[in-house]
Design a protein. Structure first.
Length: 469
């Protein structure tokens, strides 16, 4: 199978899995918001969000470094994955203890601290599973791994629904995530063993190499996660817990819609890494295709959200979470920017410019925390969402400059302009028909946007052929 077809197959399996995971996620949110209510859902969202912040630090950039190094030296797969497993397991223990200790110091209510402690279980299993995923991702063999992810999420949903139906309480709901993470790990290990040896290793020389390469990236990811989660932390310390729940719902919806672009980025990364290492002229075309697909996905999401955000919140969580609609409307613009920023970030990692991503994220963090501290205590979750957009704009400007400087790449804006025009037409149609049921609006969006994009020249045969290649 050619490299392009392997990328397409890998992305296809992951995309199918992400669609399934997103649908399961929507169903889970619907169950949990209605069962827990605004305050307890706020504690639930804060617990997992708090661990996600520490999780970015715990990764230390190892996933991306493992994918990059295995793509360059496939003969070292067993060695790299084995040492990655051990490192991630140790990081799980250390970071979990630190996170729980910090939570005890902060003025959180007991249920929030309990949520953080229990969230450490699925967090750790996800870290270890990530080392196995890195080996399979570098080989572009993601079919079985994608199935394992879907199975784990399905078990989590089924267990959560059962806990809600039987009224087992807050703790039981929290533990369902650990059940799903355990199943995902076990199934991923079974699949990975067919491709390479799954055996923990402790080679200090390899550890040093991985940590030196990954530390700048890990710090950058940690800072990136901090600026994206800082709003939740500041909301939790300065606003009622119900607002944490509203914002947590909006944030969760954004995470779900961002899964498909994330799949494309992860699938492209091994190819970009190999092309950068080989100084392959095809890098420019690969980068442009990725950019075109990401802007074509992100722009209609942001503009369509102006009309669809409130109906989506009402349909998923009910009237009690209505204030999340405005925050979601703003956060979808941040999500669209994140799609493109992810492409720039991966390109810089492939070029060994992790330190540049670190300094860029430090800048965004300063902007984010400063604005959140100034605005969120007074203006609440809508201000937090606006600050997220501002932070992504900072990263976009810096990322474009760095990629152009170090790789000589600057994407052509043609698709972005066409996608904006098509998305504007779609949004106008949705606004005129806004009294229709949400299902009808979603169908209108799915039909009108591609039609408008085709009319503007964004879906011509030669462009579709280039993307398929």
């Amino acid at each position: 199978m050619s490299t392009a077809r392997r990328v397409a197959a890998s992305a296809g399996w992951q995309s199918g899995a992400k669609i399934a995971v997103a649908l399961i996620g929507v169903a889970s949110v619907a169950v949990l918001t209605r069962y827990l209510g605004t305050d307890d859902y706020g504690a639930y969202a804060l617990g997992f969000g708090f661990l996600a912040l520490f999780g970015a630090v715990a990764d230390l950039g190892l996933f991306s470094i493992l994918v990059r190094d295995i793509s360059r030296e496939p003969e070292r797969t067993d060695e790299l994955v084995g040492n990655g497993l051990t490192l991630r397991a140790l990081l799980w223990l250390v970071v979990s203890l630190v996170a729980i200790g910090v939570a005890l110091v902060l003025p959180y209510e007991p249920e929030v601290r309990w949520a953080i402690a229990l969230a450490a279980l699925p967090f750790g299993m996800g870290l270890v599973t990530g080392a196995l995923r890195a080996g399979m991702q570098a080989r572009l063999q993601m079919a079985g791994v994608s199935g394992a992810e879907v199975a784990g999420r399905a078990l989590t949903f089924a267990a959560a629904a059962a806990a809600a139906w039987l009224d087992l309480g807050f703790t039981a709901v929290l533990l369902t995530a650990a059940l799903g993470a355990a199943l995902t790990f076990l199934l991923t290990m079974v699949v990975a063993r067919q491709a390479f040896a799954v055996r923990p290793q402790a080679d200090l020389r390899v550890w040093r190499s991985l940590l030196l390469a990954g530390l700048p990236l890990g710090l950058a990811l940690g800072i990136n996660e901090l600026y994206f989660r800082a709003d939740q932390l500041i909301i939790s310390l300065s606003r009622p817990l119900a607002e944490v729940g509203w914002y947590g719902l909006a944030f969760r919806v954004v995470e779900l819609v961002a899964t498909l672009p994330g799949t494309l980025l992860v699938s492209l990364f091994p190819i970009i890494s190999a092309q950068v290492a080989a100084r392959d002229p095809a890098l420019r075309e690969t980068f442009q295709r990725g950019f075109d697909v990401l802007v074509a996905a992100g722009i209609p999401l942001a503009l369509g959200g102006l009309v669809l955000s409130e109906p989506v919140v009402d349909a998923v969580a009910g009237e009690a979470f209505g204030p999340a609609g405005d925050a979601l409307r703003i956060l979808l613009f941040a999500a669209a920017l994140m799609f493109v920023n992810g492409l720039f970030g991966y390109a810089l990692i492939a070029r060994d410019r992790q330190r540049d991503t670190l300094w860029l994220n430090v800048t965004a963090l300063v902007v984010n925390v400063g604005l959140n501290l100034a605005l969120v205590p007074t203006y609440g979750i809508d201000a937090a969402a606006g600050v997220a957009v501002a932070s992504e704009l900072v990263i976009l400007a810096g990322g474009m400059w760095l990629v152009h400087r170090h790789l000589g790449l600057l994407p052509a804006p043609g698709m972005a302009l066409r996608a904006t025009g098509a998305a504007a037409a779609m949004t106008a149609l949705l606004w005129v028909c806004s009294d229709l049921p949400l299902a009808v609006l979603l169908v209108l969006a799915a039909v009108s946007y591609p039609a408008a994009l085709w009319a503007l020249g964004g879906l011509r045969a030669e462009q579709l052929a280039a993307i398929r290649r």
